[in-house]
Write a protein that binds this ligand. Structure first.
Ligand SMILES: [Zn+2]
Ligand SMILES: [Zn+2]
Length: 785
């Protein structure tokens, strides 16, 4: 007796395109002997199946439990339909519906299966720089529109050869509908070009010859511009001081650290201390740059990361990178360099270069040689930066580490965040530094990749382009704009102008409120839930027009109460003081009524006349904006005890202050707090005394960190008692300080607080756009009711 046949229509939403979902469904249907079809549409993957009840049930259940590794399912909608008499199971042509959208997969590093082929001399893709499959390779950086199909990617110009087409059309093949599928016969190619007068240009197109030429250049100390997945890198031998110095000089980058690429984990272990969490992170499909502590005795030149005890290291993530570390004895008998500087292909703070012609122009004075390819990059995307944080409390095991992102880009963007509410269509334009933008629709928040510092014209252009690309890709037509309160941010001006010209409302969100809303949204906090928010960073425009940055807020998405802040101190010269922490230190001493003793490092850098002038500036309040910034306090303390008097990049003084901390020191300084302000006078006095009696600066630095942790614990306890709130939210650039973050996590978790901190989004201003979108949604919804 034949069983009764039923039908199901299934719609799957989430990251389900470009990740091998349709072949997975195809094979699953065959397994249960179901008939029907599967196809991509503009909202995800649509399936119709006919079969007996038991098989249909198992099939539906397995969609979620057995989904391919890169898929991320947000929602499955299943409805019964009448059976249609299908006799086969097929994969149908994609359809697109007007106005619909589907989340796009990020770029994924080359997978194990592909690497096996890459290393197999008998495989037709042996040493092919662009091999990929449905489980790996480019996605986000090559997509022009949805649905994600080859004609709508930057692979459209490459016509598949017969062999590739056969794999592409074979439902059981690993490359079935792998949109960037390619091979040496039909896919992209690499070549090498010399810059300026160099005659490296060659007609020899063999991969081995090209790569061994590049390796020879590395050995000679040359700077090579290498086109990668989301843009160009500038690379050189990280063990050659001359090469690293030349790169710094040409790139106009004084001391900001360079990222490194090493061929394998063994090499990383040789040069850095790594935990199991670091190991997993380095080898994860996202392959971010991981911040690791450097081993003494490493031969990596100090100029790679001056003044730091850490290195940013990544492993190869494209086949082309693996080639850089492959030896080709038949061409030059030279072994490849094992450690390469791999820094973004740009000058100073400009955005990463990603087009061939653009690279040859903009990088002409930096690179000696260009390693090019002809697969266009449609969306530029920098490397992501991550590090692991120890969560070391009495309630967790010491191995309970977690990963935090300081720059969210390749490998992570554009994975959307699931919001615990259904959002209006909003464009939030972020802050001025480390800018990202965030677009929301339905239950999704799409935060862009790291864009950069908007003061720069090229970065502003890429800000505009990113907004355009995201709105198009996700079919978002913002009904509401959100921006910072700072009137001079370029992003604020953009939002206000666009709101005016389109007749849409714009909501200006206070910077630190946005920070706290961001960490709340990331952690799935529901509307109307209040938290105690610790928002600490360098600079944010306050409600009172002062420069905020050491704020403790009782916050919800809708609004906030500023319950505590660091006592204001003046910044003589504003931005000039930010670049010269000694001025901030002097101002702090002046404010607290402490003499500018000649033995203090911050006093020593000035002649008597300069000191007179700074004092007069403070007394007469000439360009001395007030700040409550925690970042500036760290600068001032670093200067007070002689760690650094001038900074070459953001947070340099604070980073060096953290680096010298004596981990054994557990003592704290005295402190006071009044109703609304945390008073620093006692602590600053004690620090000066300690310094003058010759206490080691490593101990002073540690005691300062301990004090901040202690102060915050006290304030939070007080607020928790008053408001009955047991959730503490940490956000802002200062939490990139791992000593501070780890210290606070263990304090709060030991005392049973629910602690929210950033893991998927940066704690610095890269997370602000998400918070702006969350606040704008709830404030606008509130005003509608
Ligand atoms: Zn693969
Ligand atoms: Zn081919």
């Amino acid at each position: 007796m034949s069983k009764i046949i039923y039908g199901l229509r299934i719609q799957v939403r989430g990251i389900v395109q470009g990740v091998g979902f349709r072949p997975f469904i195809y094979n699953l249907a065959l397994e249960y002997n179901l008939k029907g079809w599967v196809k991509n549409n503009s909202t995800g993957v649509e399936i119709e199946v006919n079969g007996d009840q038991a098989s249909l049930n198992s099939f539906a259940r397995n969609i979620e439990t057995k989904a391919p590794p890169l898929a991320k399912i947000n929602h499955i909608h299943i409805e019964p339909v009448s059976p249609n008499g299908y006799t086969t199971f097929e994969i149908l042509t994609s359809t697109s519906n007007e106005g619909e959208f589907v989340p796009v997969s990020p770029d994924i590093s080359v997978c194990e299966d592909c690497l096996k082929e890459f290393n197999d001399p008998l495989d037709r893709r042996y040493h092919y720089p662009f091999l990929n499959c449905t489980n790996c390779g480019p996605r986000f950086t090559i997509i022009k529109d949805i649905p994600y199909d080859r004609p709508l990617t930057s692979m459209a110009g490459f016509k598949m050869c017969q062999d590739c087409a056969a794999e592409y059309n074979d439902p059981v093949n690993r490359r079935f509908h792998a949109q960037p599928i390619a091979c040496p016969d039909c896919g992209p190619r690499i070549w090498i070009e010399g810059a300026k007068s160099r005659s490296t240009h060659t007609t020899n197109t063999s991969t081995g010859y090209i790569i061994s030429t590049v390796q020879k250049e590395f050995r000679l100390g040359s700077i090579i511009a290498i086109k990668g997945l989301g843009g160009f890198h500038l690379a050189c031998d990280a063990t050659n001081p001359q090469a690293v110095q030349t790169l710094r000089l040409r790139k106009k980058r004084d001391e900001k650290p360079f990222a490194l690429m090493m061929p394998d984990l063994d090499t990383v272990i040789e040069h850095c201390y790594i935990t199991d969490t670091d190991k997993n992170l380095l080898g994860s499909p996202e392959k971010p740059i991981v911040i690791l502590r450097k081993r003494p005795g490493s031969n990596i030149v100090a100029e790679v990361a001056p003044g730091q005890e850490t290195l940013g290291v990544m492993l190869p993530y494209t086949p082309l990178h693996y080639l850089l570390f492959t030896d080709f004895p038949e061409f030059n008998g030279m072994t490849s360099c094992r450690i390469l500087v791999m820094t973004s292909g740009n000058i100073s703070d400009e955005p990463i270069t990603y087009e061939n012609q653009e690279a040859k122009e903009r990088l002409a004075d930096i690179a000696d040689v260009f390693l090019m390819h002809d697969r266009p990059i449609h969306i530029k995307c920098d490397d992501s930066v991550a590090r692991t944080v120890r969560i070391n409390t009495s309630k967790t095991s010491p191995t309970d580490n977690t990963v935090v992102l300081t720059r969210r880009a390749r490998g992570y963007t554009p994975v959307p965040l699931d919001l615990p509410w259904v959002s209006r269509q909003i464009l939030a334009v972020g802050a001025e530094l480390k800018n990202t933008v965030c677009l929301t629709r339905n239950e999704f928040a799409f935060t862009s990749q790291f864009i950069g510092d908007l003061q720069n014209y090229e970065t502003y252009e890429s800000f505009l382009k990113t907004i355009d690309q995201f709105e198009k890709l996700y079919r978002i037509n913002p009904e509401l704009l959100a921006c910072d309160l700072h009137p001079d941010y370029l992003s604020t001006r953009y939002a206000i102008e666009r709101a005016e010209s389109t007749g849409r409302p714009v909501i200006q969100v206070q910077h630190h409120h946005a920070h706290i809303a961001s960490v709340m949204a990331e952690n799935g906090i529901r509307p109307d839930t209040p938290v105690i928010g610790l928002a600490f960073d360098g600079t944010g425009y306050g409600d009172d027009g002062n420069i905020w940055g050491g704020e403790i807020l009782i916050a919800r998405y809708q609004g906030y109460l500023r319950s505590f802040h660091l006592d204001y101190f003046p910044l003589p010269g504003g931005d000039y003081a930010i670049k010269n922490p000694s001025r901030t230190a002097l101002a702090l001493l002046w404010k607290e009524g402490i003499d500018w003793l000649p033995d203090l490092p911050c006093t020593k850098v000035y002649c008597a006349e300069d000191l007179m002038q700074i004092k007069s500036q403070l007394v007469h309040q000439i360009n001395t904006p007030l700040t409550s910034s925690m970042g500036r306090l760290f600068d001032a303390i670093a200067s007070l005890i002689g760690v650094r008097q001038k900074v070459n990049y953001e947070a340099q003084a604070a980073i060096e202050l953290e680096a010298i901390c004596d981990p054994i020191e557990k003592a704290t300084y005295e402190f006071e707090f009044t109703n609304e302000t945390i008073n620093l006078a006692l602590m600053v006095k004690n620090i000066v005394e300690d310094y003058l009696i010759g206490a080691p600066v490593s101990r002073i630095a540690a005691k300062f960190h301990n004090t901040i942790i202690r102060v915050l614990s006290h304030v939070v306890d007080k607020l928790a008692g008053e408001y009955g709130i047991k959730t503490v939210a940490l956000s802002g650039g200062v939490f990139q300080n791992i000593k501070l973050l780890e210290g606070l996590l263990s304090e709060f978790q030991d005392r049973d607080y629910n602690v929210l901190f950033h893991q998927k989004f940066p704690t610095n201003d890269g997370g602000v756009s998400l918070g702006q979108a969350a606040v704008a949604h709830h404030q606008s919804v509130g005003s509608l009711e």
